[in-house]
Design a protein around this ligand. Structure first.
Ligand code: MG
Length: 456
């Protein structure tokens, strides 16, 4: 049996094993208790067939605590977050396991601001659920269930507010979109229609039967790359199952790498407005190069969407995001949003008259390498301490210990940190050349092996 994963980003498990309707109902009770009787929650779900039962279970739990529920039907994660704000709700819930395969499902929770829960709030929710001390109301105090079908229309409208639809529409771009039969299926063509695009929609049925693993990474997107090549489209866009992450394919059918989604969005935004950008410590340095050319700062935060948003709010950033294809435009809602990413990339192409490969070529290129190794309990701190000692005296080294250790060197960086969800450590390095990145990974790997091997 798999283990239910309860983290700051929500709950995730295999349906029928660790994640059952009863588990979902209890999380509904806990979230309702946390918000307080009389509150309202907006609830959406991605297209997974298990979503309807889990939605009903979470709804029952919320109603039992005296919290009312507004059902959105099938909605993306950013769409649900946006509706939490637009309807003035006290919180939001989306039933999704994001990029995980179809046998999984999960529950993500939002604050009234539409933002993911902070670590403190997530811990409080977990505590209420474990204590089972839920608010109980009599039949007269139960919440009320209603539905609202405006999520897609409102989401498109808010994205159109932050881009120039006329400039894009004049180009009559042909694009290919792979929505993996997930939550992006319904809303994405509506946006692209407003942007005057001709759309070839792969996996565009909101059936939840994923045509491939829903993570938008190279190995899952061969069909999208081929469709772009064969159709002569100017771009290919791949969404994950809940429509928050986006990966981009250029006009030659080449997958350009998910790190480029935020880099392209940042390059576009900085043409128009000067302001700081927030991203996590595992994201490519491409963003730093773009920011420094524009004379703005990059605010680095620990990994986790809530941390990035917290950094954005604290420092007044105009854009945020994560290297895995997550673009956060706070004027829409402070959640990663594939629709914003699509609109920004299209407008960037439209107003420069350049192809995607040309725009990518203008951004300084790096090679990013990632590796993981088993991490016995307590070993992570020792490895970080040993790596700190090894790198502290290195010329030009800047050390950041908000989240494990990240060492920025003049032309490269390397990081090591413990996973939040698995007993492993992750080592990442990025440099202009592969050999330099490999050398950094090898150096930290050796430190880890020595440290973990030395002391049992
Ligand atoms: Mg996702």
């Amino acid at each position: 049996m798999d283990r239910l994963i309860v983290s700051v980003s929500g709950v995730r498990g295999v349906v029928g094993e660790s994640l059952t309707p009863e588990v979902a109902r209890r999380f509904g009770c806990a979230f309702g208790t946390m918000l307080g009787t009389g509150g309202t929650v907006v609830l959406g779900r991605d297209t997974r067939p298990s979503g309807a039962d889990l939605r009903d279970a979470v709804t029952a739990g919320l109603l039992d605590t005296g919290v009312s529920v507004v059902n959105l039907g099938i909605a993306t994660t950013p769409g649900t977050a946006l509706m939490t704000v637009e309807l003035g709700a006290d919180g939001g819930v989306v039933i999704t396991a994001s990029h995980n395969p179809g046998r999984y499902n999960g529950i993500k929770f939002f604050q009234a601001t539409g933002t993911a829960l902070t670590a403190g709030e997530a811990a409080r929710l977990k505590g209420i659920r474990e204590s089972q001390r839920h608010a109980r109301v009599g039949a007269g105090g139960r919440g009320v269930e209603s539905s609202d079908d405006t999520v897609h229309r409102r989401h498109v409208a808010r994205v159109l507010d932050v881009c120039d639809a006329d400039i894009i529409a004049r180009r009559n771009f042909k694009v290919v979109v792979d929505s993996v039969n997930g939550a992006g299926c319904i809303v994405t063509p509506k946006l692209l229609e407003q942007l005057g695009c001709e759309v070839i929609h792969l996996n565009g049925e909101p059936s939840g039967r994923f045509a491939h693993n829903p993570e938008p990474i190279a190995e899952n997107l061969a069909d999208l790359c081929a469709a772009v090549r064969e159709s002569g489209a100017v771009a290919g866009f791949a969404q994950d199952a809940d429509g928050d992450r986006l990966a981009v394919v250029d006009e030659s059918g080449r997958f350009i790498g998910e790190e480029y989604t935020l880099a392209l969005a940042a390059a576009f935004v900085l043409r128009h407005r000067k302001g700081d950008i927030a991203t996590n410590s595992a994201t490519s340095r491409m963003v730093d190069d773009l920011a420094s050319a524009a004379g703005v700062r990059v605010v680095r935060t620990p990994t986790g969407e809530a941390n990035v948003v917290e950094g954005m709010v604290r420092e007044g950033c105009i854009l945020g995001g994560e290297g895995g294809g997550g673009v956060i435009e706070p004027r829409v809602v402070s959640v990663r949003n594939s629709l914003v990413g699509i609109a920004f990339v299209l407008q960037y192409m439209a107003e420069t008259g350049r192809t995607l490969s040309e725009l990518v070529h203008e951004i300084p290129a790096y090679v990013m390498l990632k590796t993981k190794l088993p991490c016995p309990p307590g070993a992570a701190e020792r490895v970080v301490a040993a790596a700190r000692e090894a790198f502290a005296a290195r010329e030009g080294a800047r050390l950041n210990e908000d989240d494990g250790l990240r060492v920025d060197l003049p032309r490269a960086w390397v990081s090591v940190r413990a996973s939040n969800t698995e007993p492993i450590m992750r080592i990442m390095a990025e440099a202009p050349e592969r050999e330099a990145a490999e050398a950094l990974v090898a150096e930290v790997r050796k430190i880890a092996d020595t440290t973990i091997g030395d002391r049992p």
